[in-house]
Ligand binder design. Sequence first.
Ligand code: FMN
Length: 285
Amino acid sequence: MRTTPFTDLVGCKLPLQLAALGGVGTEELAQEVAAAGGLGMLPMGLGLPAHPAGALGMGFLLPYLPTFEGIAEQTRGARVVEFFWGEPAAAAVKAGHQAGALVSWQVGSAAEAVLAEAAGCDLVVIQGIEAGGHVRGTGPLDELLPETLASVSIPVVAAGGIGTPERVRELIDARAHAVRIGTRFLAAREAGVHPKYLAALIAGRAGDTVLTDHFDDDGDWPATVRVIRASLDGAQSVGNRSTLPAASGSEQPGMMPWYAGLSIDHVHRPQSAREIVAELTSLLD
Ligand SMILES: Cc1cc2nc3c(=O)[nH]c(=O)nc-3n(C[C@H](O)[C@H](O)[C@H](O)COP(=O)(O)O)c2cc1C
């Protein structure tokens, strides 16, 4: 299996990272991806397992950041601490380092990647506009990746709309040090997605997704997100602006965001996380 500066740094077998999936990511999903050789990520709020099955990280969202002491406490034992949505800040990076972890920042432009490196990050995720969920990407991944690779010397992970083994190989051939996958893992059996949301992911196509500013937690988190259009219609009909996605136990799943990237085209059926990892990395030699 192809090693890269990402696999060397993180100490995992595969150049693949599970995206932190706020509201629907689970410990089991992260553990299965880690056990399969990738970097498993937990969204903030979930505890790290006492016995990690491999490399695990935790993702924090800047609008809801705990105290720096809180970050250090929550992430003890994590291989990677990651931040998203906000200008890279040296103080946050220091908190991750104090927990003994590598620190990553998901960014939306090469300029922001430069700020992440300057703030002390050990790696960076460049997110293209194809991504599901909160979209910080300022353009297509194929434009942002080479610009970012030319601008920083830390490992660069490519994210947004990645759904096939061919695309994974193409990006690694284009010198991405790893790929980050969100939407494909929403159909993993270990994910905590509501059955109605899962059915929409399986039936949906890229053209059914839409970028919207509607879901902003009533003004607390103004941002652009990519969702399946039907969920936007449902949320607008009742005035729901919460960013919480339709999770397994949600009572009104049709009125909550169904986040999905353009990679929705490649979600065809429920699969195990291990199967998804094996499929996506099958063309790497
Ligand atoms: C349901 C869902 C929840 C997400 N939650 C987070 C999150 O909590 N933190 C984060 O950094 N990114 C989050 N993202 C964005 C991902 O990190 C990533 O950029 C995106 O999934 C990549 O595009 P893809 O979905 O086409 O693979 C989320 C994406 C989805 C689809």
